[in-house]
Design a protein around this ligand. Structure first.
Ligand code: PRP
Length: 173
């Protein structure tokens, strides 16, 4: 059973707030958005449509969950960036910060490529589940522990197409 958590309208408001903060911080500077696949594709597409800065987009594919409910604590990079990020303003776009392990690994890896700036923009923040210290620079909505799906986020690859964000109730896991 899915229990609605955030409506499409609430998500839209959060995305607009994030876009406004990014625009304010970067004036007219160019930004390279790094979308972490797959979960962030919908968030990225809405976020960048609300941002007027000259923008580029690139994608990375990392895997931390598989189809299991708990983080593996092991990050596999299955698709790297195509863009050279040296000297660029880079914003990592992430659907959810959970244990923080994915972003820790990605951030350490990207910093070595010497971007001008490196920021994290996350739609959802599940602080209670952190295993490592990790803070987003732009964070949309705080959530409690619980498995969420929709708006790009999956359970065993399903539910990414939901326009809203729901909690998967325990008895249906
Ligand atoms: C999920 C989610 C985040 C990451 C967060 O991705 O989309 O990228 O895990 O977890 P963490 O903070 O504990 O590292 P997943 O590996 O499930 O891949 P997906 O985006 O393709 O669904």
């Amino acid at each position: 059973m899915l229990k609605p958590l955030f409506t499409k309208e609430e998500i839209d408001c959060a995305v607009k707030r994030l876009a406004d903060s990014i625009e304010k911080d970067f004036d007219d500077e160019e930004i390279l958005f790094v979308c972490l696949l797959k979960g962030s594709f919908m968030f990225l597409s809405d976020l960048i449509r609300s941002i007027k800065n000259p923008s580029r987009v690139d994608f990375m594919r990392v895997s931390s969950y598989g189809s299991a409910m708990k983080s593996k604590g092991e990050i596999t990079i299955t698709k790297d960036l195509e863009e050279d990020i040296e000297g660029k303003n880079v914003i990592i776009v992430e659907d959810i910060i959970d244990s923080g392990l994915t972003l820790k690994v990605i951030k350490e890896m990207l910093i070595k490529r010497r971007p001008k700036t490196l920021k994290i923009c996350a739609l959802l923040d599940k602080k209670a589940c952190r295993v490592v210290e990790m803070e987003g620079d732009y964070v949309g909505l705080a959530i409690d522990d619980g498995f969420v799906v929709g708006y790009g986020i999956d359970y065993a690859e399903y539910y990414r197409n939901l326009p809203n964000i729901c909690i998967v109730e325990e008895d249906s896991l």
